[in-house]
Design a protein around this ligand. Structure first.
Ligand code: PFF
Length: 489
């Protein structure tokens, strides 16, 4: 049966289906791969605590703003922004914020499925290992440290493998998105998210009992203010948006399938809390195993694809835990890639009046082209640095360029304009009738979207883009503590 919203469109069949789908969108490689990697690369506790602040003070207010625009518009993201703007007597050009979001979602989709492909490869490695060495032994028994280390560079340098795996992951995503909101997108979340949580909790308990739990707590939660540089702050805010699927019209798109009765403030709080908890639990799941195996929890993708497999080499049931781990990551990635594909697909359906399967196929075909460039950027095309002439993108290949461009620029910019739109431009009565807030919380939210989010985002964006200038300014203002990494040296 196809559930419909008040406008007769296909929509979520229930409030809990929406919550699960939105959590499915939010929880993904961002929480399991990117969060621990960024925390490791940006000094642990300083990053983590600033990240939590970003989620509460910026992420949640923007999340509510996005779902509100979507629910009011009941259409693809740009049209939803346009409706709210028109009803508020404002310029239709506000839809450009969402158009930028749709483009960003498409770009994220294109490289996200490449990473999804890598996860598929590791599932295959662990299945093969399980068959070869049995259930109870450690992973990759008999293989040297160097040989396990070499698996990752060998995989990402292998163009045909990464390209084909990317296409497979895209095809799986396409399969569900083409079936519609209640018939496909919702189904993935409703079945896979509960399984994901069971796996996450199970592996984390195993990891905390057998691993270095105290060191992990110290590493993740010791706040060292001197590590909080401009770049770390931008990395944290970018991670917060990436993780909550914000600034790319993702939550606007999902919000458009929500019925009028749902309280958006309550659901936003649940989504934000679930997403943040999963990121923190992912840290508690990964670091204890890594630290206990005597390895350093450095940041970067090597953490998931090299350091963890080494750790699985050291523990009993290593192949089994390793396989369960990568299945869990794959589930989370799929519920997010489905959301990412829905954003441009909904736009193509609305814009060109195409039937859903044709629109989804078109988006997939284009994503396959961009994805191929990303897949090859870690091998054959590693010397191609498309925006290398800009300091922020120096030395970055195609995949890393898209990641940096979206998480550090277009997502925070999209969120900044969304906050301004809801805080200053949209009709107050329209906003109040949708947001589901009352009393003090209403005033707090209004203050955050009107003042705090735009100003904080502007400062963080400028500080991240011009780290040296920001550091000099802080020094000139007499605050010696917050410095750019370069200037601090
Ligand atoms: N939030 C997802 C993650 O953390 O992996 C990534 C994502 C999904 C971003 C959907 C944007 C989006 F619309």
């Amino acid at each position: 049966m196809v559930a419909t919203t008040s406008t007769g469109r296909d929509g979520w069949s229930s409030r809990s289906a929406f919550i699960l789908a939105a959590i499915g969108s939010a929880v993904g490689l961002g929480n399991l791969v990117r969060f621990p990697a960024e925390a490791g690369a940006n000094g642990g506790g300083a990053f983590v605590l600033f990240y939590i602040l970003c989620i509460v003070l910026i992420g949640l207010p923007v999340l509510l703003s996005e779902t509100l625009i979507g629910r009011h518009g009941q259409a693809a993201a740009p049209e939803s922004y346009r409706k709210v703007a028109e009803e508020s007597g404002a310029s239709k050009s506000w839809e450009l914020v969402a158009t930028l979001g749709v483009l960003s979602a498409f770009l994220v989709l294109s490289f996200y499925c490449v990473l999804g492909g890598w996860v598929l490869y590791y599932m295959y490695l662990f299945v093969a290992d399980l068959i070869a060495t049995g259930v109870s032994g450690p992973a990759f028994d008999g293989m040297s440290f160097e040989a396990v280390d070499a698996l990752f560079p060998a995989m990402i340098a292998n163009g045909p493998v990464t390209v084909v795996l990317n296409l497979i992951f895209l095809a799986i995503t396409l399969f569900f998105v083409a079936r519609g909101v209640s018939g496909g997108i919702e189904k993935v979340a409703v079945y896979l998210m509960p399984l994901f949580f069971v796996l996450l909790v199970g592996i984390t308990i195993y990891s905390l009992i057998g691993g270095a739990s105290q060191e992990t707590f110290d590493y993740l939660f010791t706040f060292e203010p001197e590590k909080l540089t401009g770049e770390v702050m931008l990395a944290a805010v970018g991670q917060a948006f990436f993780s909550l699927s914000l600034g790319v019209a993702g939550m606007v798109t999902y919000g458009a399938y929500v019925s009028r009765e749902v309280n958006l403030a309550g659901t936003s709080a649940i989504i934000g809390a679930a997403d943040t908890s999963v990121a923190l639990v992912a840290g508690l799941c990964i670091f204890p195993i890594v630290i206990a195996a005597g390895l350093t929890p450095n940041g970067g993708l090597g953490l998931m694809f090299q350091t963890l497999p080494h750790a699985f080499q050291e523990i009993p049931f290593g192949s089994l835990i390793g396989l369960a781990f990568f299945i869990m990551v794959g589930f989370a990635a799929l519920t997010s890639s489905v959301a990412l594909m829905e954003v441009p697909s909904a736009w193509v359906i609305d814009q060109f009046r195409l039937p859903r399967p044709a629109a989804v196929l078109l988006v997939t075909a284009l994503a396959a082209v961009f994805g191929t460039l990303s897949a090859l950027s870690t091998g054959m095309l590693s010397g191609f640095h498309p925006l290398g002439f800009l300091p922020m993108f120096e030395g970055l290949g195609f995949l890393d360029t898209l990641d940096t461009l979206t998480s550090k620029l277009t997502m925070p910019i999209g969120a900044l304009f969304t906050a301004v739109f809801i805080g200053w431009i949209a009709d107050k009565r329209l906003v109040d009738s949708e947001n589901g807030l009352s009393g003090g919380l209403h005033y707090l939210w209004r203050f955050l979207v009107r003042w705090f989010c735009p100003l904080a985002l502007l400062l963080i964006l400028l500080g991240g883009i011009f780290p040296d200038r920001a550091a000099q300014l802080f020094a000139a203002l007499g605050g010696g503590e917050v410095q750019s990494a370069e200037v601090a040296e």
